[in-house]
Design a binder for this molecule. Sequence first.
Ligand SMILES: *Cc1c(COP(=O)(O)O)cnc(C)c1O
Length: 388
Amino acid sequence: MHIRKQRLLTPGPTPLYPPALQAMMGSDIHHRTEDFRVVYRNVIADLKLVLGTSYDVLPFVASGTGAMEAAVSNLFSRGDKVVVCSAGKFGERWAEMTAAFGLDVTVLKAEYGDAVKPEQVAAALAADASVKGVFVQASETSTGAAHDIEKMGKIVAGTGAILVIDAITGLGTMPLDIEGWGLDVVVGGSQKAFMIPPGYAFLTVSPKAWKMAETATLPHYYFDLKKEKKNADKGESSYTPNTSLLLAFGVALTYIKSLGMDKLIDNAQLLARATRAAAAALGLELFAPGSPASSVTAIKPPAGMDSGVIVKAFKTRFGSIIANGQGSMKGKIFRIAHLGYFDFADLFAVIGELEIILAANGVPVEFGKGVATVQKVYMEAAAQAEKA
Ligand SMILES: *Cc1c(COP(=O)(O)O)cnc(C)c1O
């Protein structure tokens, strides 16, 4: 009752991997030295390894949005026709950003909680062969919905357009076969499944995307892919890197490698499945039941209740920080994250806390029903892992 440990349980920033945090203290190195080049080269090599690609991976000191912007400003020209898949706040970010850079944007919109269908992308590309790019979120964090990136990749690969994916919460929560599916640009951020604080964004660049960069004329300066690649090949960044965060990144990537990226994804998927089952057991509805993401599960509060009451009670009663809805979804959903350094013990706690919070607000709850559902999923998964 009296001690409340703070637990950061949001879909970014996510819980931090303690050895990575400790590594940040070794940041008294200079970035134009061999000591640094070793660290930088290793981070980039390990990123390629866990992403499963030989394409260039370029990091930038920025939040995730910085690498999204790098893709737009380096690969397109004013007036280029592009298609944006928008199913939530982050899809709207692509629409706003591409419009801000003067691109000719067609938005394929899905209702909040739904996903844009690959067939819609195919139709938009078939209707206009001059489309240069398709933008989408792998996982739309604001609603908890996932897009079918494999299908979209295969559709876009057969056209003159490139597919630019905000995979900031997709990486580490769903399979993304970058080269096999034709994913031209995949954007990631340090504060999501990579278990370290915010401050690094990165993106992969396919040969098809590099080809577009040759003729692209939008202005850019800090986010310069060609310049960054030239320097990265020498083991350096164009400008002063975030040394402490890179040290953390190196340690977190070593951990992810030891675990296996497939296991990190499986972990998120298991926790997401358990959360959906627990919500059902507690009589709660999901916000994106049709194509649920494994990065985060968005749940509707009981009828007549503001989700802010639940989010606030998590903090005041238990020190647990979970996410409310964003924008117009504020008050209408609460979001439980699964990406990165989350485990079943976290989820037992979250669902146990949720049961108490619901009961304290007059919602009839059979204590333990949600937690038992999570325990069952754990036991099934453990039994399967033993057999394998
Ligand atoms: C977190 C997130 C971002 C990045 O936001 P930043 O605040 O710039 O790091 C972008 N897209 C999605 C889907 C996200 O979840």
